[in-house]
Design a protein around this ligand. Structure first.
Ligand SMILES: Nc1ncnc2c1ncn2[C@@H]1O[C@H](COP(=O)(O)OP(=O)(O)OP(=O)(O)O)[C@@H](O)[C@H]1O
Ligand SMILES: [Mg+2]
Length: 301
């Protein structure tokens, strides 16, 4: 069971039409798998297609081409989606950068957390809706007294944790987290990342984790994928990709991570890779075990 594939994204392509004649290919023939209990990080510069890919995975966008299998179900097939709707809407949950700030301001925290259970007619694991809400509040490190408050009375980090608590009531198996910590300060970021770690270890969650902070991704993720202009240019175990990056774009991205020591950081020549162009040609090829890089030549997969 350990290596069971939970999410299998195959040749995912998504295009946004801009006008009658022009379109942007936000995601271009991307394939990756997430195993059960694994944290998969998606990194790459702004506009590289990470959020679009995540939204396709959650069926927010209907992909232009490709397949997305979740627990073996082709979620982009309308018939299969309809047949498995409740399972798909409960066991997959998404957290956005601004999940906390988009909570309904007119509802008390308690009602916000209980709402999905009521809508999905989920029997709470801890007896009552309120017990479940209290449990999840404590779990994400919030005083259950806050259940009586409105989102406007909480800080940004507290609201984001309410959004996570709400998602956890659905007992998800896949959490798609699109920059869930970007708007929080460093100490709260660390708390939330530790919470994700705990969820993975104790509950066997799988997480698709999108972040700009590469140190955080290296710390948290088992495997990573690197996106560049809609293409997945490299994927592999986090250690292999960070210690031995193979694609020129990944090399530049990792070379640009600031060194924590300010003296060494000032002395360092950072490549100006915003103005560099990298190849997006070829196919993903396995260079070392489980470590794939986009390159030309060799066997097409
Ligand atoms: N709703 C949309 N309509 C048109 N184009 C879009 C839309 N959403 C995204 N795009 C375009 O698709 C490309 C990928 O965007 P996406 O939001 O997936 O990138 P991202 O990797 O998540 O970036 P960031 O790190 O800034 O969040 C970009 O060129 C973007 O301009
Ligand atoms: Mg994004």
């Amino acid at each position: 069971m350990e290596h069971e594939i939970l999410l299998d994204v195959r040749h995912l392509t998504h295009i946004f039409p801009l006008s009658r004649k022009t379109a942007v290919k936000a995601v271009d023939d991307v394939s990756f798998q997430i195993r059960r209990g694994e944290i998969f990080g998606l990194v790459g510069e702004s506009g590289s297609g990470k959020s679009t890919a995540a939204r396709c995975v959650m069926n927010i966008y209907q992909p232009y081409a490709g397949q997305i299998y979740y627990k073996g179900i082709d979620t982009c097939d309308r018939g299969q989606f309809r047949k498995n709707k409740k399972m798909l809407q409960t066991t997959r949950q998404m957290i956005f950068q601004d999940s906390g700030s988009s909570l309904n301001q007119r509802m008390k925290v308690r009602d916000i957390i209980e709402e999905p259970m009521r809508v999905q007619k989920i029997r709470p694991l801890r007896g009552s809706y309120e017990e479940e809400a209290r449990f999840q509040m404590k779990y994400v490190g919030l005083d259950p007294e806050y259940l009586k408050k409105y989102p406007g009375e909480l800080s940004g980090g507290q609201r984001q944790r309410v959004a996570i608590a709400r998602a956890l009531t659905m007992e998800p198996e896949l959490l798609v987290a699109d920059e869930p910590i970007a708007s929080l300060d460093a100490s709260i970021q660390a708390q939330i990342v530790n919470l994700f770690r705990h969820l993975q270890k104790e509950h066997g969650f799988s997480i698709l984790f999108i972040a700009h902070d590469l140190d955080m991704v290296e710390f948290l993720c088992d495997r990573v994928g690197v996106m560049y202009h809609g293409k997945l240019v490299e994927t592999g175990p986090a250690g292999a990709v960070f210690q031995n990056p193979l694609h020129p774009y990944t090399k530049a991205l990792i070379a640009a991570i600031p060194i924590p020591d300010p003296r060494r950081e000032r002395a360092r020549a950072v490549p100006d890779f915003a103005n560099m162009e990298f190849s997006r040609k070829g196919t993903l090829q396995e260079v070392e075990k489980d470590h794939f890089v986009l390159m030309e030549g060799g066997d097409a997969t």
